[in-house]
Design a protein around this ligand. Sequence first.
Ligand code: FES
Ligand code: FES
Length: 156
Amino acid sequence: MAQSKTLNVNGAPVTIRFDDPDMPLLYALRNDLALHGPRFGCGLGQCGACTVHVDGRAVRSCIVGVSSVSEDQKIVTLEGLGTPDRPHPVQKAFIDAQAAQCGYCINGMIMESAAYLAAHRTPSEAEIRRALANNLCRCGTHARIIDAVKRAATSI
Ligand code: FES
Ligand code: FES
């Protein structure tokens, strides 16, 4: 039976409808709310393409059921991190470093990095590499991605 629920997404309350309480949060974001920053990659919590923030923590929205997120938790997607006029420092650094090739992984790389840098202000390169070790990039742009995160770390 269809249910509805209010979520707080990018600073605003939104209502989503779903039949299955285990429906991934990713589906609600992409299909119901047309937020296409988070991507469907593996659907198994293994690639990071679907990463969003929930209360500032990077989570993989493909393995989080909509029913497990409460109304007062703050969900932020790539679209809510910054604006075209005022990009988040990590978004700006990825643009400045030209860190994307196909771009499929970049949502996850940015969201994971932004959450990490919010908690770790002066990470070493080795620490950045460890923080992103479970975010996969098929294009092999890791060197530019690490460069972008290092740039962002100096500007946050
Ligand atoms: S699509 Fe969610 S981790 Fe791969
Ligand atoms: S830029 Fe293509 S998967 Fe990372």
